[in-house]
Design a protein around this ligand. Structure first.
Ligand SMILES: O=C(O)CCC(=O)C(=O)O
Length: 279
């Protein structure tokens, strides 16, 4: 096994490209990730295979949405969590929580080595799959996801071992609500997050004066491309104003050495007895 720690001495928020190793990304992508806190890599998957997964996502989210509208089956996260509701009362899928546990096709898709080898190159340690979510955003509908840092929720250490790989299930750009990043924010602290809207307790946001919007960058990427971000990078996505879908499959990874103030790692998929490849 490669000894990544040897060539990658830990220094939070910055690493040097490991010249001597066989990498699945180029030096510019690597530097972009460590300098800006995110990087988009095109063509990790091909669009046809992503389309098959996107169709399954529609079926699963329709099923989830029906369940979450049923008051007898209401979840503690509330109706708004899985469902977006327009002003006229129309509803549409917002988010699938834990898709990995909901369809075998999702499992082989996210555990594909084309993804994990890139993650390993970026973080320099063997990545383990912790959790996942699919953010839907139907045409002219999908609500905004306000600015946040994943590690406010995850509470993991070292933060440099924790990364999100967001797989684009549609071509994503400014008009359909691509991800936006505050570049360099991964080098700062995890900020306090507040609940500005009591109707959306799942959307916690840092105080606006702590978000330097002059550093905001758009992460536009084609279907099958993947956007990777550090768990301290501030990120957001706007409402989908276009007549196209904007589906994003967010997979969250950490090294097995990561420790955690809460149960993020303890509850990670890779810890499950039925995790693929576990004896
Ligand atoms: O897809 C989105 O709109 C939000 C994604 C996100 O917050 C994440 O992947 O951490």
């Amino acid at each position: 096994m490669r000894d990544y720690a040897r060539w990658c001495p830990y220094e939070e928020g910055h690493r040097n490209f490991p010249e001597e190793m066989q990498m699945h990304i180029n030096q510019d992508d690597y530097n972009h990730y460590w300098e800006k806190g995110w990087v988009a890599i095109e063509g990790v998957y091909n669009p046809d295979e992503v389309e098959r997964i996107a169709q399954i996502a529609i079926e699963v989210s329709d099923r989830d949405m029906t369940r979450s509208m049923d008051p007898d089956a209401a979840t503690d996260k509330g109706v708004g969590y899985a469902v977006d509701r327009a002003e006229d009362g129309t509803i549409a899928p917002r988010k699938i929580e834990g898709p990995f546990l909901k369809a075998p096709a999702f499992q082989s898709f996210v555990l594909d080595p084309r993804l994990s080898l890139i993650i390993k190159d970026l973080i320099g340690v063997e990545p383990a799959l912790v959790t996942d979510q699919i953010f839907m955003k139907p045409p002219h509908f999908g609500s905004a996801k306000p600015y946040h840092q994943d590690n406010y929720y995850f509470k993991c250490d070292p933060a440099d071992h924790v990364i999100t790989a967001w797989i684009a299930m549609d071509d994503v750009d400014e008009s359909n609500g691509c991800l936006r990043y505050i570049e360099g924010s991964h080098k700062g602290p995890v900020l306090p997050h507040e609940t500005p809207d009591p109707d959306e307790p799942y959307n916690l946001v840092p105080p606006p004066e702590l978000i330097n919007l002059s550093k905001e960058a758009l992460a536009e990427v084609k279907k099958g491309g993947v956007v990777f971000h550090h768990c301290k990078t501030l990120h957001t996505s706007h409402r989908n104003e276009s007549d196209r879908w904007r589906r994003g499959y967010a997979t969250h990874w950490a090294s097995a050495q990561t420790t955690c103030e809460i149960d993020t790692i303890k509850n990670g998929y890779f810890q499950r007895d039925d995790f693929p490849g576990t004896n």
